[in-house]
Design a protein around this ligand. Structure first.
Ligand code: NAD
Length: 328
């Protein structure tokens, strides 16, 4: 299949790695993956892809990355779960250089379609104070009061994509991802997000015989989590589609963190004692995705049941922990 060269920025990361794998599966054979990480740290790396190790905060690197590209997916960002973004606001904001230089290069080389991965962290914090949250509609990003650091960068970069399209005709498309999870992503080290962290804690408690886990916050905070397969489908649908505004791409199956812990315990077949760390970063009290617009515009919404996605994620992290223990 030939759609011209497809560039996946952040190709060594969780979503980028899965996107490259999915494009290959569809038969695309002209793919370039770019990431700042050394190759041995990429979650997925394929020999048939042109793999490049570049710092995309640099303008020249963005030009080398986008030259000759028909489609560019910008999935590169310095990011992580709440523990990372609440303590590294400046690093998160510096990702603005990636999107800015990629857009400049996309304009210079006449890229046909440009996808930007925004986030539910753009939403106004006042709309997320209640655990029994009303799902967030796209219009709730303004008046702006996003997550400090990371959310401001995402909101600014959305605007930049919009104005590159309006002023220069670069065909930008955007999704506001809501918590993406699945196998082959970060599960340890400080950048992991709640679903992977929960799997790791439960597995370690089970394997160590110390039946206890720590939960960040009081466990009543609510979230929705989107399985990676839905994220890949929506991302490509948005890139190829005609909708130019940033749209929610998320599941609307809302659970509390305590319910997520119940689910992982049930997958693991254990019941653990919980301690609640009220000083740990926990983010907003409640967040869910309102999917009215995506359903209206695309006739589809992410639909993988959390339990189904968590079973696959748990199994992968379990194997990783076992494998790491063996290699020590
Ligand atoms: P990830 O951290 O696994 O992947 C991001 C990749 O970008 C990493 O491999 C990292 O090395 C790379 N990167 C960072 N700085 C770079 C630089 N200067 N040059 C080149 N590469 C660089 O994260 P992910 O979960 O795959 O997220 C992909 C995108 O989706 C990001 O923009 C993220 O903000 C957005 N997003 C993700 C989620 C989620 O739940 N995973 C939610 C909302 C938005």
């Amino acid at each position: 299949m030939s759609a011209g060269k497809i560039v996946v920025c952040g190709g060594g990361g969780f979503i980028g790695g899965h996107l490259v794998a999915d494009l290959l599966k569809q038969g695309h054979n002209d793919i370039r993956a770019v990431d700042i990480k050394p190759f041995d740290e990429w979650y997925q790396k394929f020999p048939e892809v042109e793999n490049l190790q570049f710092d995309l905060q640099e303008k020249e690197a963005c030009e080398k990355a986008t030259k000759g590209a028909a489609h560019v997916y910008n999935l590169a960002a310095d990011m992580g779960g709440m523990g990372f973004i609440e303590n590294n606001r400046c690093l998160c904001m510096l990702s603005v250089l990636i999107n800015t230089h990629l857009l400049m290069a996309a304009k210079k080389f006449g890229v046909q379609r440009y996808f930007y991965a925004s986030s539910a962290c753009v939403y106004n914090a006042d709309k997320q104070r209640d655990e029994n949250v009303t799902a967030l509609k796209e219009e709730d990003a303004y008046p702006a009061m996003p997550e400090d650091g990371y959310g401001w960068e995402k909101l600014f970069s959305e605007r930049m994509c919009r104005h590159y399209r309006e002023d220069f005709g670069v065909q930008t498309r955007m999704a506001r991802f809501h918590n993406v999870y699945g196998p082959l992503g970060t599960w340890d080290g400080g950048r992991e997000k709640a679903p992977a962290a929960m799997c790791r804690k439960v597995i370690q408690a089970k394997l160590s015989g110390k039946p206890e886990i720590e939960i960040w916050g009081d466990g009543h905070q609510t979230r929705s989590f989107m399985f990676i397969d839905d994220c890949l489908k929506g991302t490509q649908m948005f890139l190829h589609g005609d909708v130019t505004d940033a749209l929610n791409l998320g599941s609307n199956e809302l659970v509390s963190i305590n319910q997520l812990a119940d689910m992982v315990e049930s997958i693991a077949g254990v019941k653990l004692k919980r301690s609640y760390n009220l000083k740990a970063p926990k983010g907003v009290n409640g967040r869910n995705s309102d999917n009215t617009l995506i359903k209206k515009l695309f006739g589809w919404e992410p639909g993988t049941r959390l339990r189904d996605g968590m079973e696959k994620t748990y199994a992968w992290i379990y194997d990783e922990i076992k494998r790491n223990a063996k290699s020590r």
